[in-house]
Design a protein around this ligand. Structure first.
Ligand SMILES: C[S@@+](CC[C@H](N)C(=O)[O-])C[C@H]1O[C@@H](n2cnc3c(N)ncnc32)[C@H](O)[C@@H]1O
Length: 208
């Protein structure tokens, strides 16, 4: 599916892969918390995996990770990194979350990191994730909620998007995100936001 945002991600993939992690300590904490939920027999999906660093880092702790991204350039870089590091239990695929077809109740963990605010149809995607998870399965998300302190962003976002400087970005609050998850019957199991201007990290559980 080629749309404006796909073109944006295709264009910046190489630059994105070269950027240092903005907050290494927060990233490490999120990896650690996620890992506490992992077991060696688990089947994991990551959507919007970007250049694959997180999937590659988590790979030794689970059975298999299916990591998808809408951008073929992101996936090419991810595949190159996995090969260089001899990681064989991550399958990278160029695919939008909308096109993904997975049977209901088959996944143990779904990761959606820095992606929910970039989707036109966040609610639909959350419901889809809920359906794909086994009872007791978890959905790990990290999301910029610009509605809490950057409401004005709503006004400039369409301009940035028009000039190809930005992808689609949706503005909502942490409370609204929590409601989207609980309305889909998820229970919030863990929540952490380093500060109000940072992404909120949530582990949501499908009741067992
Ligand atoms: C901000 S990056 C985050 C990448 C990675 N998860 C991380 O935390 O660094 C968002 C990624 O989502 C991908 N993406 C955007 N919309 C998507 C969709 N509908 N389905 C799958 N991937 C998508 C983009 O190509 C991009 O690689």
């Amino acid at each position: 599916m080629i749309n404006h945002s796909t073109k944006f991600w295709e264009k910046i993939a190489k630059r994105y892969s070269e950027q240092p992690i903005a907050d290494e300590a927060a990233y490490q904490k999120k990896l650690q918390v996620t890992r506490e939920y992992f077991q060696p027999n688990m089947e994991v999906l990551e959507f919007g995996c970007g250049t694959g660093s997180t999937a590659i880092t988590h790979a030794p702790y689970v059975k298999h990770i299916h990591a998808i991204d809408i951008s073929s350039n992101m996936i090419k870089i991810a595949q190159g990194k996995a090969e260089a590091q001899n990681i064989t239990n991550v399958t990278f695929e160029q695919l939008s979350i909308d096109e993904l077809n997975v049977s209901d109740r088959t996944l143990d963990v779904v990761l959606g990191l820095s992606i929910l605010h970039l989707l036109e149809n966040k609610e639909e995607v959350i419901t889809k994730v809920y359906q794909m998870l086994k009872p007791g399965g978890i959905f790990v998300t990290s999301t910029m909620c610009l509605g809490d302190n950057m409401k004005w962003f709503k006004l400039i976002a369409p301009i940035g998007k028009f000039f190809g400087l930005m992808p689609l970005v949706k503005v909502f609050t942490v409370k609204e995100l929590e409601a989207s998850l609980t309305n889909s019957s998820f229970a919030i199991d863990y929540q952490w936001q380093p500060s109000q201007d940072k992404a909120v990290f949530i582990v949501a559980k499908k009741p067992g």
